[in-house]
Structure formats: C-alpha cells, structure tokens
Design a protein around this ligand. Structure first.
Ligand code: MSP
Length: 686
C-alpha cells in the first residue's frame, strides 16, 4: 500500500507563521500515522517562489530573487525541522524538475486546445496572487487582504478553458463523494460549480519572474497554474516516468480553506485537460486565529511557531494544534490557553502518570514489572479507545484521535486512584494484585504512547523507552503494537519530569523567558483587576498543582472571600501616575462580547450563577458573582462582556472559564454590562 500526501507550498515573502505551520504539522501527523500503519508514504512539502510578492521582497532586500529564495528555503527548512516535520521531499518551484513539469503540462493543455489567447481586464490581488471579480471584493478590497488595494490590470494573457470542465467536475464530485472533505467545503465548491465557471488567465505578460510558456516564451506561467503542478513535478512528471507511474495520483492534498477552490476546481480541470488522473482526495482545513483574530503580519497578529515551540518544546505545540482544533474547522491560539493545555494534558496528566508509575515501580518492584496484569478494566478501556482512535484517524478527525489516546491516560490515572497501589503495598497478601495493577498501568501508558507517536513523535518515543518498550519506534506498527499485551517483563526507566509545570520551571523545559501573554496574566490582573493582591497573597492562594485556580482566586478566592469582593470595583481615587498602565498592558486583557445561552444557580452558593455563554468561537462556562442581583432566567439571551483570556479556575467544584464584567456601587449589587441585539458574540471590547 502506498500513500502520497502533500501540503500547500508556501509563499516565501515572509517566514512561516503559526497558521502555515498548522497545516504542515497536521499533514505530518497524517503522514506519521500512515507510516505507523505500515503504509509506504511519500510526504512532500515545498516553497512557492514565483510570486510577485516574493520578487518584490527580494528586490527590497537588494537581493537576487533566486538567492533570496535560497535563503528562505533554509529558513523554512529550519522551522519545519524544529517542528519535527518528517517530509520525504521538499520542492521549490524554481527547481529544474518543476520547470520541466510546468512546461510539459502547459503544452499538453495547449495541445488539447484548452489554451487560447485573449485580453484580461480586471482586478488582481497580489497577496492572493489571484484575479478577482467585482463580486469577490468587499468595499473595493479583497476580504482576505483588507489593508491592500487590488490592482486593476489590462494585459494580453493566455486563457485556460476552465468553463469547459464544469460538467466533468460536477460528475467527478458526484461520483466521488469523498473527493473534498470536510463536507462544508464540498458544499461551497458545489455551489460555485452550480453557478458556472469562467475561463481563467494562465499566463502573465511583461514579467520576467516565472516559467516561460513553452508555446509563447515571452509570457510567464501564472503563478497558480505554475504552483499547482508542483505536486506532479515532485513525483517525476516530465522528468521521471517510472517514479510518476509509481506515485501518481496523489492520495491527499492538505490545503487551507482559502485555496480549496484552486485545488478542487482549477487543478482537476488542468489534469483532465492534460489527460492525467485526479488526486484522490483534498482536505481543506480551517484557519488558526490568534486571540480570535486572523493571523496577519500587518495586523500584528502573527505568531512565530518557533517562539511557541521554544516555550515548551515542539511536541506540546504539535499536540495543541492537533488536539485543540477540530480538524476541518477554525481554531484559536492564545498563549494563555496554550499554557493551560500544556499544564493540564502534559504536566498534570500524561507526565504525572509516567512519573508516578516509575516511582511506584521502583519503590515496590525494583522497576521490574511482570505480566499478566490485574484483569481489571484498563484493558477494555484501551481496546475501545484504540478502535475510536483508528476510526477517527482514518478519516482525518485528528482531534478525536488525540482525545481517544487521552481517554487511556485519564483512565490509567483513575485506575491508580481506585486501586491505590500504595495501600496494596502495605500488605504482602496483596502482592499479586499490586503486580497486576502496576503492569496494567505500564501497558496502558505504552499503548497511549503508540497512539500518540504521530502527534508527539519525540516525547512518545521517550515515554515508550521509560515503560520498557524495546522495539525501535520506527518499527512499531499500529495493528500489532497498539493491542493489549499481557506478556513480557517491563523494565521501567525513571527520568526527569517530562513536562514540568510551566510555573515549576522557568519557562518550561526548553522555554525562553516567559513570552508576553505566556505568564503575565497575574500581573495584568494586578494592574487592572478588581482588587490588587500582593504576590505574597497569591503564593498563599494554593500549593501546586492548582496555580491556574489561584489566578482567578485573585478575584474570586473562595466563597467566603467572594462575599467580600464586589463583582466590579467601586470607584476609587485615580491611580497615582506611576501606577497607570500602558495601552499595551490594557490590550493584554482580551474583553469580548458573549451571549448567555443558559444560566442556573450554583447549589449552596448565595452569590454564584453558572452561565453558559457563546463567545463567538466556542461555548464556555463562566461563574459570576451576581446571583443577588439577577434571576438566572433574566440573563438568557443577553449579550454581556467577558474577560476572554483569563485562566480557568474552579469554584464550588465547577470550572469557570472567563469572567463577566459588571459595575457595582460600594457595597451594592452588581449591574452587568450589556449590549443591544445588534452586537454579536465574540466581538472584541476595547
Ligand atoms: N502558495 C500558495 C499555495 C500554493 S499550493 C499549490 C499559498 N501559500 S501561503 O503561504 O499563503 O499559504 C500556505 C498554506 O497555509 C495555505 O494552505 C493556506 O491556506 C495556509 N494558511 C495560511 N494562513 C493560515 C492560517 N492562519 N491558518 C491555517 N492555515 C493557514 O496559499
């Protein structure tokens, strides 16, 4: 079995950001999963170099464009290496193999009669590198690049007869319902096809940066027509027929939602015209936003994936991108949420489990665990989770695959709590039972680590080493090695904490000093929060592992303290000049509008209401100390303001994820800040 997998190739006018990295990491997870399943895999990535912006950027830097692209290739490769992307091939569109493929395919379409000369007059967005119709623009601007003005161009172009392929494309979609996933994207493209297709320019006039048309070399191939051919070029189209026969068609193109149209309409039509097979599937993933905003250098909302990887290591980042964003939908990254997930999933959950097992194995069994296991429930949990994992990963529901692996980790932690090995160890009569419990936990960890190998390759390999797995990771196979094994002694290896809590170690294992937003919530809250709390007070608020809770306890320490703290601060004298905050400090606090979906009283609390709110990108539970001022039913449907980037905290056993804003007179009841119905959930308040 073979699997040929590609990502989009990136424009190199700027370095990768977290959004482009998302695509590469998730595609890498798929490639690694396929290899784990024993499938011979060819995973390719690359750079798209013939864009006008790339050319301009090179000139701005006073560099020859090719030398600039060479330099960017090194930068891109370094980033992908840091994120542990295991590509088998990396193509650049300035390579001779790509040029040969582009010229061959353009000639083939020309020979079919699908390319003709004409004049293009209309809009062009240089950042999309796309011809735009009036209806594509919003207020005269490209909606994806609202800070730029599209160019009006009129030039002699060669056109590709895209319109001719509409019916064939519709038939292809009908015959291959899985061709484009997820379904929402498929429906979008079907609507577009229903509306009809226009022919597209496939060349640009008067430009030197690009590949000359074989039949009219004074023109260069339009950058998208050029770029799409990279997938065929990489596996030998135009240069190596036997390689091409072996690998084409591609099994999966992983691309962003903004460019699925090029991949499922233009590219298939080009292939049909050239008489080549169509890719088997295209997956159009969603966007990763930063704090709810589109990632963009010009808007200052771009996140460097290397900064994130340096915070806790590449694997925590890979896990976040894969597990926290439902694959196919949009997702969000904030430093706070990243740190929170790191602490919850890795430091407290998996990392703690591995350390506990090693400590108990050493203490009670000199680190040697013997089968057959306890016969307890873990084997069953693992079997179910394994089935769910496989079903999810096979359809690229990567987030569900991760969740299934974490079910095993949760269950193992619960199993330790239920069976209490430390109590069993006290009575020699329980020796057999203790053996069994420890063996089961080791086996559950082993299988969870096998399932997580595609997502967290380096740390899963380390976990496997620690639980005594002797097969080299490259030789592990899903089918054989993710099944419960009740044989073979396990030699458990003790080691340093795999993922120290972010507040135990300065910036985590590999982290640089805390990144803005990565650990400053407390100080921000101290400056702008409802009540100043001394650092001493915060330290007293609770020992590890409850720092996250301690943060919100600044405002809502515990019920008794809550009685003393109004929901919002009463007016005080203006702060002294040196205590005022800068606009940057203020902007660290992300206030958003939220719609109350459900509200209920919190049992045994006079003050607290539990609200379920829609914050635009997700639904959250937020506790609010407003029960004395509002009946729950009064709140449903109201649009209120919440602090969006506050660390979660547990109050009365309920996790609160955010804080509502209200005004209160001294000692009086709070009044919520509300908005009228024209305001939608998720808008930023500033
Ligand atoms: N060069 C074209 C692709 C040609 S493929 C034959 C291009 N390049 S890009 O650098 O702009 O984008 C590369 C990929 O990153 C695209 O699939 C794009 O959708 C994806 N992303 C860019 N920003 C993104 C996010 N913020 N989030 C997720 N993916 C994002 O388009």
């Amino acid at each position: 079995m073979r699997f040929f997998l590609t990502t989009a190739i990136d424009y190199v006018n700027s370095r990768p950001h977290l959004g482009t990295a998302y695509e590469k990491v998730t595609a890498d997870v798929i490639a690694r999963y396929k290899r784990l399943c024993g499938v011979e895999t060819y995973f390719m990535m690359g750079n798209d170099e013939h864009s006008q912006n790339v050319y301009k950027r090179a000139l701005e830097r006073g560099m020859d464009p090719l030398a600039y692209c060479d330099q960017m290739e090194q930068e891109f490769r370094a980033v992908w290496k840091q994120l542990d992307c295991s590509f088998d091939d990396f193509i650049r569109t300035t390579e001779p193999r790509h040029r040969a493929a582009v010229q061959k395919l353009a000639q083939a379409c020309y020979d079919t009669g699908d390319i003709y000369e004409g004049v293009y007059e209309g809009w062009y967005c240089v950042s999309c590198e796309a011809f735009k119709q009036e209806k594509d623009l919003v207020g005269g601007k490209c909606p994806l690049h609202p800070t730029l003005t599209p160019e009006w161009i009129r030039e002699k172009n060669f056109f590709f007869r895209l319109s001719k392929y509409r019916d064939a494309l519709l038939k292809h979609f009908a015959d291959h319902p899985g061709f484009l996933q997820p379904d929402a994207r498929r429906n979008e493209i079907l609507r577009l096809l229903d509306a009809g297709l226009e022919d597209i320019s496939m060349s640009r006039a008067g430009q030197s940066w690009g590949i000359p048309l074989p039949f009219a070399p004074e023109n260069v191939v339009y950058v998208w027509f050029d770029a799409l051919i990279n997938y065929a070029a990489a596996v030998g189209y135009g240069t190596d027929d036997s390689k091409f026969a072996r690998w084409w068609p591609a099994d999966l193109h992983v691309v962003g939602k903004d460019i699925t149209r090029f991949h499922t309409v233009v590219w298939p039509a080009m292939l049909m015209s050239a008489g080549l097979e169509l890719p088997r599937q295209v997956f159009g993933h969603g966007w990763v936003n930063f704090g709810g905003q589109r990632m963009s250098k010009s808007l200052g909302t771009s996140v460097d994936p290397v900064d994130v990887a340096q915070r806790f290591g590449a694997d925590p980042l890979r896990l976040y991108l894969t597990k926290e964003i439902s694959y196919g939908g949009d997702g969000d990254f904030t430093w706070e949420r990243y740190e929170e997930r790191y602490n919850v999933d890795l430091a407290n959950n998996l990392g703690n489990l591995v350390s506990r097992l090693a400590a108990m194995a050493e203490k009670y069994r000199a680190s040697r665990l013997s089968p057959p296991g306890s016969g307890g429930r873990l084997a069953g949990v693992v079997a179910d989770a394994r089935t769910r994992y496989q079903a999810a990963m096979d359809v690229y529901a990567l987030h569900d695959g991760c969740a299934a692996a974490f079910e095993i980790i949760d269950a193992a932690n619960e199993f330790i709590a239920e069976t209490a090995p430390w109590a069993l160890a006290k009575d020699p009569a329980n020796a057999g039972r203790l053996d069994g419990v420890l063996f089961d936990v080791a086996e559950a960890i082993r299988i969870a680590a096998v399932l997580l190998l595609p997502v967290m390759p380096a740390s899963s390999a380390e976990v496997l080493r620690r639980v005594g797995e002797r097969t080299p990771v490259g030789e592990l196979r899903f089918e054989r090695d993710s099944r419960w094994r009740a044989e073979g002694e396990r030699v458990i290896v003790k080691g340093d904490a795999l993922w120290p809590r972010s507040d135990d170690a300065q910036g985590g294992p590999k982290g640089p000093p805390l990144h803005p937003g990565g650990g400053h919530v407390q100080s921000v809250r101290q400056q702008v929060g409802t009540k100043a709390v001394s650092p001493q007070h915060r330290e007293d608020a609770g020992p590890q592992p409850h720092r996250v809770e301690a943060d919100l306890q600044v405002g809502l320490k515990k019920e008794s303290t809550l009685e003393e703290i109004p929901a919002a601060a009463a007016p005080t004298t203006p702060p002294a000049e040196d205590q005022r905050i800068s606009i940057d400090d203020f902007m660290k606090v992300e206030l958003r509008t939220a719609k109350v979906l459900e509200a209920e009283a919190v049992p045994k609390s006079k003050k607290l209401l539990k609200l379920k709110v829609d914050v635009g990108t997700e639904q959250r539970t937020v506790l609010a100390g407003i029960a004395e001022a509002y009946q729950p039913e009064q709140l449903v449907g109201k649009t209120i303001a919440v602090v969006f980037n506050l660390k979660p905290a547990k109050l009365m056993g309920i996790e609160s994820n955010g804080m509502v804003l209200a005004a209160s007179p001294e000692g009086g009841k709070p009044t919520l800040i509300t908005f009228d119905e024209t305001v939608e959930p998720g808008w930023r308040v500033r």
